[in-house]
Design a protein around this ligand. Structure first.
Ligand code: NAD
Ligand code: TYD
Length: 355
C-alpha cells in the first residue's frame, strides 16, 4: 500500500511524512510526496529521508491534471492526504491570486483526478480509498470573547482571502462526496507550531527575530486569540481520522489552548531568556507594536470533542511542553534557519515590514 501526500515539503506536510514513515503502523507504507516547492516548500525538512526508498518525492503542481493522473495510475495509492496550499494570511492580503489558483483550482483538479481514479478501482480498493482534505479553523470566521469555540456545525464565515479560498476548497470536497460519492474526510485544525515552521508565521518569526536581535512585530493590540496545537499532534490527528473517521464527516482538531498573541510572544521571550540569554537583556525588550493586519480575526477557538468522542484522539503535548521543544529545535537547527533566511524569505520580510 501507498499514500499520496500533496504539500509534503511544507511545514505540516513534512512533519506528517516524517512521522508517518517513523510510525510502527505505517513505516512500511511508502509516501508519494507531490509538492511544487514554492517559497514554503523546503526539501531540507525531509533530509532524514534522503536515499530512503519509502519516500518518493515528485516536484509538481496540484493544478497539473496529467501529472496527478500519471502518479495515481503508477502508484495506485489507497489514500490522498491533501496539504498543498498557499497558507499565509498576510500574503493572501497582498496577493490573493495564488491562493485562488492553488487552494481552489488545485483542490478541484485533485478531486477530479481522484474521482476518475477511484471510480475505476476494483470494489475492495474502492471501499478502502480515502481523500483526506486538510483544512483550517479560519473558515468559521472570528469569535467574540464569550462565544463558544468552533464546532463542526458552525456556519462558514471566512474573512480573509486565505480563509475564503480554504472555505471554497472545503465546499468542493463536501460536494464531491455528496454528488459523486467520493470517500472524503475533512479536518479543520487550529494554528500549528513546531519544527520546520517557516519564519513568516508568528511563533518562528518571533524566535528567529529575537535571536537576531531584531524587533518582534506584534500586530495591533496583541490581544487576538488563537488556539495553538503542536504540529506532531496535528499529524497524529490526521492519521487517526484517516484510519477511523467516518466517510463524509468533518473533524475539528485543536489543542484546547487559547492564548493571546502577546502572551505567546512573551512565552517565547521567557524561554529564550532561559535557554539562550542575550547580553542585551531580556528579549521582551524587542517587542514592537505595529500596524494591525487588515480584517484581522479577533479570536479562534476549537471544540475538539467530536474527534475525541468518536476516535479517542487528544493532543499529547500541552503548550508548555510543545513550545519548549519548538524553541529548543530552532536553537539546535541554526543551519535550517539560515538557509531559509537566505532565500525568498528575505524579500518577503522587507516587503512586509520595510527594510
Ligand atoms: P506551508 O505553506 O508550510 O506548506 C505548503 C506546501 O504546499 C509547500 O511545501 C508548498 O511548496 C506546497 N504547495 C503550494 N502550492 C502548491 C501547488 N500548487 N502544488 C503543489 N504543492 C504546492 O503550509 P502548512 O502550514 O504546512 O499548511 C499545510 C496545510 O494545512 C494547508 O492546507 C493549510 O491550509 C492547512 N492548515 C495549516 C495550519 C497552520 O497553522 N499552519 C492550520 C490548519 C490547517
Ligand atoms: P499567523 O502565524 O500568521 O497565523 P494566522 O494568521 O493564520 O492565525 O499569525 C498568528 C497571529 O499572530 C495572528 O493573529 C497575527 C499575529 N501576528 C503578529 O502579531 N505579528 C506577526 O509578525 C505575525 C506574522 C502574526
Amino acid at each position: 500500500m501507498t499514500i499520496l501526500v500533496t504539500g509534503g515539503a511544507g511545514f505540516i506536510g513534512s512533519n506528517f511524512v516524517l512521522d508517518w514513515l517513523a510510525s510502527p503502523e505505517y513505516r512500511d507504507e511508502p509516501v508519494i510526496n507531490l509538492d511544487a516547492l514554492t517559497y514554503a516548500g523546503n526539501l531540507e525538512n525531509l533530509k532524514a529521508l534522503q536515499g530512503d526508498a519509502r519516500h518518493i518525492f515528485v516536484k509538481g503542481d496540484i493544478c497539473d491534471r496529467a501529472l496527478i493522473d500519471r502518479l495515481l495510475a503508477e502508484h495506485k495509492p489507497r489514500a490522498i492526504v491533501h496539504f498543498a496550499a498557499e497558507s499565509h494570511v498576510d500574503r493572501s492580503i497582498s496577493g490573493p491570486g495564488a491562493f485562488m489558483k492553488t487552494n481552489v483550482e488545485g483542490t478541484f483538479t485533485l478531486l477530479e483526478a481522484a474521482r476518475a481514479y477511484w471510480s475505476a478501482l476494483a470494489e475492495d480498493a474502492k471501499q478502502a480509498f480515502r481523500f483526506h482534505h486538510v483544512s483550517t479553523d479560519e473558515v468559521y470566521g472570528s469569535l467574540k470573547a464569550d462565544d463558544p469555540p468552533f464546532a463542526e456545525t458552525n456556519p462558514y464565515e471566512p474573512n480573509s482571502p486565505y480563509s475564503a479560498s480554504k472555505a471554497a476548497s472545503d465546499h468542493l470536497v463536501r460536494a464531491w462526496h455528496h454528488t459523486y460519492g467520493l470517500p472524503v474526510l475533512t479536518t479543520n485544525c487550529s494554528n500549528n507550531y513546531g519544527p520546520y515552521h517557516f519564519p513568516e508565521k508568528l511563533i518562528p518569526l518571533m524566535i528567529v527575530n529575537a535571536l537576531a536581535g531584531k524587533p518582534l512585530p506584534v500586530y495591533g493590540d496583541g490581544q487576538q486569540i488563537r488556539d495553538w496545537l503542536y504540529v506532531k499532534d496535528h499529524a497524529s490527528a490526521i492519521r487517526t481520522v484517516l484510519a477511523g473517521g467516518r466517510v463524509g464527516e468533518v473533524y475539528n482538531v485543536g489543542g484546547w489552548n487559547e492564548m493571546a498573541n502577546i502572551d505567546i510572544v512573551k512565552t517565547v521571550c521567557a524561554l529564550l531568556d532561559e535557554l539562550r540569554p542575550s547580553a542585551g537583556g531580556p528579549y521582551a525588550r524587542l517587542i514592537t507594536y505595529v500596524k494591525d493586519r487588515p480584517g484581522h480575526d479577533r479570536r479562534y477557538a476549537i471544540d475538539a470533542r467530536k474527534i475525541e468522542r468518536e476516535l479517542g484522539w487528544r493532543p499529547a503535548e500541552t503548550f508548555a511542553t510543545g513550545i519548549r521543544k519548538t524553541v529548543q529545535w530552532y536553537l539546535d537547527n541554526p543551519e535550517w534557519v539560515s538557509h531559509v533566511q537566505s532565500g525568498s524569505y528575505r524579500d518577503w520580510v522587507s516587503q512586509q515590514y520595510g527594510s
